[in-house]
Design a protein. Structure first.
Length: 231
């Protein structure tokens, strides 16, 4: 597999991470095909930055790029992780990975194999092994299906409550006319609070599970002759 090459913006970011709290380091000119890790280490060595620091910074950059999340009203509703693979999984390795997915997520799911693509899915939760320009990758992802809808319901309740309350005040209606808009607004706030309490723990749990799957698939591929999964 071709050696990983870093774009100009990534090179600057690696140098910044490696030299903290020092200066950001040199800013090399843009290179069409990017720089390898060895190239960056050579550049950094000229200003006294240790190669190990560059290696750690590059690893941190790659790790952050592999994790993705989508938010609604500041709350996580989708979690994903990209795991670069050095090669395709064998049939036996794929079977081991599927077994690990079922155990980790406590779901049987369904398996689909089409050409060079392999997928395990259970509702909004999925794991796909697919080819890339430089090799293969395992793409993990999950979506909290009702989260965005509950947030929308909360926003609608608050907005409707505010409108009805304003209309009641401007029309000079009876004092008990404000009861309905208060109930509407309270239901909206309650919907937001429900998501606020449940979504962060859900996202953190899914991230930990995906990190575990990444560790397991690397262990599986490192021991292709191993007949069974480690406990």
């Amino acid at each position: 597999m071709a050696e990983r090459r870093y774009r100009d913006t990534e090179v600057r970011r690696i140098l910044e991470l490696a030299t903290r709290p020092e200066a950001a380091g040199p800013r090399p000119g843009a290179v069409a095909d990017g720089l390898t890790l060895s190239d960056i280490q050579s550049i950094a060595a000229e200003v006294g930055v240790a190669p190990d620091a560059i290696t750690r910074a590059a690893a941190a950059l790659d790790a952050s790029a592999r994790t993705r999340a989508r938010r609604s009203w500041g709350m996580p509703v989708e979690v994903g992780r990209i795991v670069p693979l050095p090669r395709a999984l064998s049939d036996r390795e794929w079977d081991q990975l599927v077994a690990e997915l079922r155990t980790t997520f406590r779901a049987r799911g369904r398996v689909l194999v089409q050409g060079g693509l392999r997928e395990w899915a259970n509702g909004n939760l999925h794991a796909c092994v697919e080819p890339t320009e430089n090799g293969f990758r395992l793409r993990l992802g999950t979506l909290k299906g009702d989260a965005a809808g509950i947030n929308a319901l909360g926003a609608t309740g608050i907005a409707a409550g505010a409108v009805v309350f304003g209309a009641a005040v401007l029309s000079g209606g009876p004092a008990d006319a404000v009861f309905a808009p208060i109930v509407l607004a309270a239901s909206g706030v309650g919907a937001f609070l429900a998501n606020l309490l449940r979504l962060p723990p859900w996202a953190q749990r899914r991230q930990r599970q995906m990190e575990h799957i990444e560790a397991r698939v690397r262990a599986i591929m490192a021991n292709p002759a191993q007949g069974k999964l480690e406990p």
